[in-house]
Design a protein around this ligand. Structure first.
Ligand code: KIV
Ligand code: ZN
Length: 524
């Protein structure tokens, strides 16, 4: 509550595992969710929205296990405005030291039309569901979805009802990324001034980035009196994404002179979690993305380099170390030993056990044999391509490709599918096409290739290539990534990785897809 909270503290509510994971193609496995939750907890995020427990058995299990493991953060689950969702959510967060239920309903005219409720009926529903949630846990967050397009009088009325029913946090979502900074600040300020009981709760801001204003809108909402920002790592989220955690946290740190609020986030953990979220979600971070993009701290032009050598502050408003980037990065080579590798992994934010280090060292040596200098980005890519879990349904064992000059290319792949060794040869229009066709021969599927992207990790002809592949099948989308000095191998692995994720996603279909489809409806 505002009274209990330091006046200049802004709570960080991370929804990477709920709103972020809901983004088409960003499906994470159970273990990946646990890992990301652990990193969020460790970096000082106040509240983790761990999932939407009613959406699927998988979501329920992930929220429950995250709740059980969390050390510091409040663990929150999402629930629609009905008793069944709320009960399931309460059950999922039960084991958390600090559990929260977040329940929501669409209050704008367009959203009210979906469950076909009158304004009075919806008001009654809000009263009943918030009361029910509050009977199950002490910490209840309520959101009027599409608040920024809801009629002012009605918005005030329903917020008052939710507060009276026991909500402790009122979140104001800009669900479709429609608002702008001045309006965002003004809306929160007027709500706090107008709604009876507003001073007894925390107001939160939840912005989407459809017009590229999510970060600005969230910070403006804080200016207006909000004390909780909802955000995701790398701005992951539906459509253009959500407010990026790293942007609001660093903006409050760097411009504390004009925005005198602070968060509890350890900013030196930002880079590592950004890389992990990019890897596990399969969403590459754009090179020029603020704070976490590959170029965010690169000063290539002659004028910039000259200025930087004289005084770093000429072009740098924050130090790379503040976000967890090591200032100097000496490359490793084929003579580097295990200790040097462990040291480098530590600098990059990877804590590995002895057995894991053994595996990574073997792959590092293979890479160092192929590549003279192994840079930090190569190590990160190496860690990413080690993601093919041993228990993946589809695994690449070996491949051989013959490129045709003037004729088709031919690829022979050996794979392990559900524990069985199989192989096939296919020809295609180039080596990548031939290898994808060979995979399809071995594992027939109707997945449609939506995106195929190749990036060189570092410079030089021996550079590793990171390949991203996005597939779509019956409305399910999955992205796979892989890195290798051989672009064709990386492509085949990324394709197989995406298929494995699609298989995980299919596990969610049924309950999950149905639940998401009806997520904005309101069945009791
Ligand atoms: O964008 C939105 O409105 C949401 C709600 C569920 C809070 O994500
Ligand atoms: Zn949202």
């Amino acid at each position: 509550m505002t009274n209990a909270l330091e006046k200049d503290r802004v709570l960080i509510f991370d929804t990477t595992l709920r709103d972020g994971e809901q983004s088409p193609g960003a499906t994470m496995t159970h273990d990946e969710k646990l890992e990301i939750a652990g990193l969020l907890d460790e970096m000082g995020v106040d509240i983790i929205e761990a999932g939407f427990p009613i959406a699927s058995e998988g979501d329920f299990k992930a929220v429950s296990e995250i709740a059980e493991r969390s050390q510091n953060s409040v663990i929150c689950g999402l629930a629609r405005a009905n008793f069944k969702d709320i009960d399931r959510c309460a059950e999922a967060v039960r084991k958390a030291a600090k559990p929260r239920i977040h329940t929501f309903i669409g209050t704008s005219p367009l959203h009210r039309a979906i469950p076909n409720l009158t304004m009075d009926e919806m008001a009654e529903r809000i009263h009943d569901t918030v009361t029910h949630a509050r009977n199950l846990v002490d910490d209840v967050q309520w959101s009027p979805m599409d608040a920024t397009r809801t009629e002012w009088d009605y918005l005030c009325r329903v917020i008052e009802i939710a507060i009276k029913a026991g909500a402790t946090t009122i979140n104001i979502p800009d669900t479709v990324g429609y608002t702008a900074p001045l309006e965002s600040a003004d809306l929160i300020r007027r709500l706090i001034d107008t709604v009876p009981g507003a001073d007894q709760v925390i107001f939160a801001t939840h912005c989407h980035n459809d017009l590229g204003m999510a970060t600005a809108n969230a910070l403006a909402a804080v200016e207006g009196g909000a004390r909780q920002i909802e955000c995701t790592i790398n701005g992951l989220g539906e459509r253009a994404g959500n407010t990026a955690l790293e942007e609001v946290v660093m903006a409050l740190k760097v411009r504390n002179d004009i925005m005198p609020w602070h968060t509890n986030v350890d900013t030196t953990k930002i880079m590592h979690i950004s890389r992990r979220v990019s890897t596990v979600s399969g969403f590459p971070v754009q090179f020029n993305k603020a704070i976490v993009g590959k170029n965010a701290f690169a000063h290539e032009s002659g004028i910039h380099q000259d200025g930087m050598l004289k005084n770093k502050e000429t072009f740098e408003i924050m130090r790379p170390e503040d976000v967890g980037l090591s200032g100097t990065s000496l490359p490793l080579g084929k003579h580097s030993g295990r200790a040097a590798l462990r040291d480098k992994l530590g600098q990059l934010g990877y804590e590995v056990g002895d057995n894991q280090l053994k595996d990574i060292f073997v792959r590092f040596k293979e890479l160092a044999d192929r590549k003279k200098e192994v840079f930090d980005d190569d190590i990160v890519a190496l860690m990413r391509s080690g993601e093919d879990a041993e228990n993946d349904y589809l695994q690449l064992v070996s491949m051989k490709v013959i490129c045709g000059t003037g004729g088709p290319a031919e690829a022979t792949l050996e794979m392990e599918i559900d524990g069985q060794d199989v192989s096939a040869t296919a020809s295609g229009d180039g080596p990548v096409d031939a290898s994808f066709k060979a995979v399809r021969k071995l594992y027939p599927n109707s997945a449609h290739l939506q995106l195929y992207q190749v990036h060189a990790v570092t410079e030089g002809t021996d550079a590793q290539a990171t390949v991203s592949v996005r597939l779509e099948e019956d409305g399910n989308i999955a992205t796979g990534q892989s890195a290798n000095t051989d672009t064709v191998v990386a492509s085949a692995k990324a394709y197989i990785n995406a298929l494995n994720r699609l298989i995980v996603r299919r596990g969610k279909v049924g309950e999950g897809a149905d639940a998401r489809e009806i997520s904005y409806k309101d069945a009791t």
